[in-house]
Design a protein around this ligand. Structure first.
Ligand SMILES: [Zn+2]
Length: 251
């Protein structure tokens, strides 16, 4: 089944004119030939289930979520927004097909790990084990009173997440003290990227871009990004469409 590529997605870069099936064939061959493959994922892998791109949130919402004083001042409003935008789509719609296929590739020994700028923890929920959450994730949450940490279930199971020991509000790692990079995750990301022979970029627009110079790069993204020129193969399609075909070929 060939999938037509929209004319506005065709550019001069070699490879983009091929139909999707041919491109997925090529990706599949590159996967087979690579001894060390790493996926780099960004917002585009999670937007199909309604999770917004953090970088495109309205300013007022981003400011509120980035300020813990707002959490303390109006926890109902703060967590209402966090549930609506992030936690509810995570629990109701779960990982996407792309997340699940990436987890299956790791289990099959075809993927070393994932570097992601997403904070939604969906790779781990899909079963991926080696994940560098470079901006932290919703799976680490701090009690603002005692500092104990809690997993994602403490967030998703409570309308207003609080510490069972002392009732303190829980602040989630990606928003705690404003956006910051996780040092252990960055170390893991560096290790994965240094040994990568193939990097599959999925829905990322470049907030992490530290690729090694020799790795082959396949980009899966409906839109043009800063990775276009670095990529050996640009697949201009939705990631779930690509991974559905890839899963069919490698099953
Ligand atoms: Zn506490």
């Amino acid at each position: 089944m060939a999938v037509e590529i929209q004319s506005d997605s065709i550019d001069k870069k070699e490879g983009v004119n091929m139909d999707l099936m041919t491109q997925v064939d090529q990706l599949s061959t590159m996967l087979t030939q690579s001894k060390h493959t790493v996926a780099l994922t960004g917002a585009g892998i999670s937007t199909p289930i309604g999770i917004p791109d953090l970088s495109q949130l309205p300013e007022s919402v981003a400011e509120m979520l980035g300020d813990e004083r707002e959490l303390i001042r109006d926890p109902k409003k703060f967590y209402g927004i966090l549930h609506r935008l992030f936690l509810d789509p995570i629990t109701k719609s779960g990982p996407t097909l792309s997340h699940r296929v990436l987890a299956a590739l790791e289990r099959a020994g075809k993927l070393d790990g994932i570097v992601t700028t997403n904070v939604d923890y969906l790779h781990e929920l899909a079963g991926s084990r080696t994940v560098a959450d470079v901006w932290g994730s919703f799976n680490t949450n701090y009690c603002l009173r005692c500092g104990r940490t809690y997993s994602i279930s403490a967030l998703t199971s409570q309308a207003i997440p609080t510490c069972p020991k002392d009732g303190g509000f829980l602040a989630t790692e990606p928003l705690h003290g404003g956006p910051s990079e996780s040092v252990p995750a960055l170390r893991l990301a560096l290790r994965l990227m240094q040994s990568a022979e193939l990097v599959i970029i999925v829905g990322s627009t470049g907030f992490y871009s530290d690729l090694n110079e020799t790795a082959k790069v396949v980009q899966i993204n409906p839109s043009s990004t800063i990775f276009d020129d670095r990529s050996d193969l640009n697949i201009r399609a939705k990631s779930d469409d690509v991974f559905a075909q890839l899963a069919g070929q490698t099953a």
